[in-house]
Write a protein that binds this ligand. Structure first.
Ligand code: FAD
Length: 322
């Protein structure tokens, strides 16, 4: 049986957390299947990344080239197609990120490997992978099986697997040659544009009072802001609140906003879509208020209040004011 391959992601000189999350799951699957875990890194200069990866894999394959300093789907697809055809891994994991969504389908077609996207969990049945995926904004879970194949490919949702910091391996690091027939890319990386950071940094807050579309209208946000201030917390929000221009972008939590790690996260009128929840996997205690008792946010909440958020905001404000 071939190894489990994990395609590493990096940005601005750092290996992205999704890579470690995939390596964590790969290690668990590798143990059950008695196969090794190989991290695959494409980078401008591989050394620093390879060291971080080597603690979490049995082998690190590094493709090093100035053109790989930043992500390019043409180069990734070209290099990985050759690698997968040659090495025939049992399973290849990629992030269900802007990278993975971009190149995984083309890679699957070219490598002739079946692909299931956006896994929130991966199980094994009779030695073959099965994928858990969410449907209807997280209200249902489906279990997807592959038709039997020599190899499988899965993109993994950010935040699906918790990284065990204690695990340390010692991988062999192998520097690889680029395929000789690698075509010049048709796309060109221009620049990263970071979101404005504004006057609050939600990533540093111990208490976040977070507001979602359930707040109804812009004027109601002042009630939540007041509560956040009384509690000594910071105001954050879900994406629709930003899209509606009720709050600036730097308040947004989630995959296209910020990942946060407060001790307490109070979610008011937030449904719990995966793009939001992925941003709070590092939160200590999650308290959710939603008038729909079936809202997906309650699945990740430590405490849940099925009520109108305005009742809760009013009651809390009264208590804190004394
Ligand atoms: C590529 C992409 C990236 C995305 N990135 C992000 C991201 O970074 N962050 C993010 O948040 N979203 C992101 N989204 C959007 C995401 O899919 C959801 O649409 C969004 O998170 C929903 O926000 P919400 O929970 O505030 O709104 P809704 O899903 O509309 O939920 C509102 C909730 O409020 C409840 N409610 C209504 N009134 C009340 C009341 N009076 N009291 C209590 N509860 C009430 C409702 O029951 C409902 O559950 C992204 C989507 C895509 C496609």
């Amino acid at each position: 049986m071939g190894d489990i391959f994990v395609i590493a992601e990096h940005r601005n000189g750092e290996v992205r957390e999704i890579t470690f999350e995939m390596l964590q799951k790969a290690a668990e699957l590798g143990q059950a299947l008695a196969c090794g875990v190989t991290a695959v890194l494409l980078a401008g200069s591989g050394e620093a990344f390879a060291e971080a990866l080597s603690k979490r894999a049995d082998r690190v394959l590094v493709f090093e080239d100035e053109r790989l300093k930043t992500y390019n789907s043409d180069l990734y697809t070209g290099i990985l197609t050759d690698l997968l055809k040659e090495r025939q891994p049992f399973l290849t994991l990629m992030g269900h990120t802007s990278w993975g969504m971009d190149y995984a389908p083309a890679l699957a077609v070219r490598a002739g490997t079946p692909l299931v996207t956006d896994a929130t969990d991966i199980l094994l049945k009779d030695g073959h992978p099965q994928v858990i995926r969410q449907m209807y904004s997280g209200k249902l879970f489906s279990r997807v099986s592959f038709a039997p194949s020599r190899g499988y490919m899965i993109t993994v949702r950010s935040g699906a697997f918790k990284v065990d910091e204690a695990v340390e391996r010692a991988a062999e690091v192998v520097f690889m040659d680029l395929p000789r027939n690698l075509q010049p890319p048709r796309r060109e990386f221009l620049k990263f544009e970071d979101t404005a950071s504004g006057d609050v940094d939600i990533t540093q807050a111990d208490l976040l009072v977070s507001v979602g579309r359930g707040v109804g209208e812009a004027d109601n946000i002042s009630l939540v802001r007041e509560l956040a201030e009384l509690l000594g917390g910071t105001l954050s929000c879900s994406r629709p609140v930003v899209d509606k221009n009720w709050l600036p972008k730097y308040h947004q939590v989630g995959t296209s906003g910020k990942s946060v790690r407060p001790k307490v996260y109070l979610a008011l009128g937030i449904s719990g879509a995966f793009q939001h929840v992925a941003g709070i996997t590092g939160a200590g205690c999650v308290i959710a208020v939603n008038k729909d008792k079936k809202a997906p946010i309650f699945r990740v909440a430590d405490y849940g209040i099925a009520d109108d958020l305005f009742n809760v905001v009013e009651a809390l404000t009264k208590v804190v004011r004394g």
